[in-house]
Design a protein around this ligand. Structure first.
Ligand code: AMP
Ligand code: MG
Length: 446
């Protein structure tokens, strides 16, 4: 019996393939922040998600003065005797925003409300539930704890303290901290410029098709057919990857350069590469990266770029191209819609964050253990990323279930998922009750 000498393919055994974590670490070690990124000063209202260009130190204390954490009575703890009750005259009232300013006299208390500045000479607030008071005086027992219920000046942020390091990607809470420091404009790194295109003669660009057959702007709520522009035509499909990538990139806060759908020809693919690498810091393509006769991405990349093709021990996500074209970093993602999302999250997002100048110690996606409730089929030798739905069970443990059929073309299974289930290369199946790791799909970029 004769056999055919087989060429390399995605059905090869996995023993000599690069593990995912190692590939990602190599990638991060290779990449440096884009040096040409200029610094721009943006209003605080536009700074969320941007990467700080310089370190921020506190120009003053927050809170600027000691203030009360509770509604009650401000006193000097020294006025409280060891035994019995103290009766203190109420000298006035301190409101939030309206301090009590008169001279402090020994043995006096001040009625005080949350957020009001502590009157000079007083050091403790006794909450109103713990006193006996009338209009003119307050009685306090000896259970007073000196300094209680007072927020010290600078307790949140002290003047001169390093608040944020350069390279921090600003979160919503960071924006609040900057506001509390009176910072109205924020120096940030220019957004990373990311160009992307999809390849495939079977693809219909939604933008072009919608332009030709405009959808009525008014929507009949009981007529779903009015929502779209109809089927794409025989042998064709709508280009979903370009829109998935746009949405993923929008969340990542980069400058978007959409280069459209590129037909499966050598000339068009070369042209897309040249254009993309002259305009962007990072270039992403989808499809055309295998070795078929209509796969030109690999060929052009070999011709124009410095190639570091990876044979990765993962599924979905092979083949994946990575390297440099001119001054730009290039990722050639598979065409398969699920693989696009998986490879984007595993490789493109960490790379993009490093190139953006983010200084976070760990750019690997967050993963944590969960108990799998489903039976999963998998193959030894590679990390599988299956689509899952995670939740906490009644005992508060994290559990995960499969979204069902895992075909790599089923983008709807990705959309049903709230996490990726990672199945380690040493497993050939997962039984209900087994431990797996999950990567939440949202909040992947803290
Ligand atoms: P390829 O890697 O170009 O061979 O594509 C792999 C599979 O993904 C094929 O079934 C394609 O039709 C499909 N595909 C490729 N690009 C896209 C796209 N932009 N949108 C939707 N499906 C795609
Ligand atoms: Mg293709």
């Amino acid at each position: 019996m004769s056999t055919i000498d087989k060429l390399p393919s995605c059905e090869d055994p996995f023993d000599h393939l690069l593990p995912v974590d190692e590939a990602r670490q190599r990638l991060l070690d290779t990449l440096q922040p884009v040096v040409t990124a200029a610094v721009e000063s943006v209003p605080l209202t536009e700074a969320c998600g941007r990467v700080l260009a310089i370190a921020v130190t506190a120009p003053f204390d927050v809170p600027p003065e000691a203030n009360s954490a509770m509604d009650g009575y401000a006193i000097s703890a020294g006025d409280i005797p060891d035994e019995g009750l103290a009766r203190l005259r109420i000298a006035g009232t301190a409101w939030a925003g309206r301090p009590h300013v008169s001279q402090f006299v020994r043995g006096e208390a001040v009625r005080i409300f949350t957020g009001a500045v502590m009157p000079a000479g007083l050091d403790t607030v006794v909450i109103q539930e713990h006193v006996r008071a009338d209009e003119h005086s307050v009685q306090i027992d000896n259970e007073v704890v000196p300094g209680r219920n007072v927020r010290a000046a600078g307790e949140d942020v002290a003047k001169g303290e390093a608040v944020f390091a350069a390279g921090r990607r600003l979160t919503a809470a960071d924006i609040g901290v900057l506001a509390s420091l009176g910072i109205v404009r924020v120096p940030v790194r220019q957004r990373l410029r990311v160009a992307w295109f999809t390849t495939g003669d079977e693809l219909v660009s939604l933008d072009a098709a919608a332009g030709a057959a405009p959808v009525a702007p008014t929507i009949e709520l009981d007529d779903n057919s009015a929502l779209g522009i109809g089927p794409p035509g025989s042998g064709l499909l709508y280009d979903s990857n370009r829109h998935t990538l746009r949405a993923l990139l929008s969340e990542a806060g980069v400058e978007l350069i959409d280069l459209g759908v590129v037909p499966d020809t050598l000339a068009a693919t070369r042209d897309a590469f040249v254009q993309a690498s002259s305009r962007a810091d990072l270039v992403i393509s989808s499809g055309g990266v295998s070795t078929g006769d209509a796969d030109f991405v690999r060929q052009v990349f070999h011709e124009l770029g410095e190639v570091a093709f990876w044979r990765l021990a993962m599924r979905p996500g092979r083949p994946l191209a990575f390297g440099r074209v001119g001054d730009a970093i290039f990722f050639g993602l598979p065409g398969n819609p699920v693989a696009v999302v998986v490879t984007f999250l595993q490789f493109v997002l960490p790379a993009l964050r490093r190139l953006s100048g983010e200084s976070a110690d760990n750019l690997h996606p967050m993963a944590f253990p969960a108990t799998c409730l489903s039976r999963l089929r998998t193959s030894r030798g590679r990390t599988e990323f299956q689509r899952g739905i995670m939740r906490t069970d009644k005992d508060g443990h994290v559990v995960v279930e499969s979204t069902g059929a895992q075909g790599a073309g089923r983008l709807s299974s990705m959309s049903a998922a709230n996490c990726l289930i990672m199945i380690a290369p040493d497993r050939d199946s997962v039984q209900p009750g087994d431990q797996v790791h999950v990567q939440p799909l949202y909040g992947l970029m803290p």
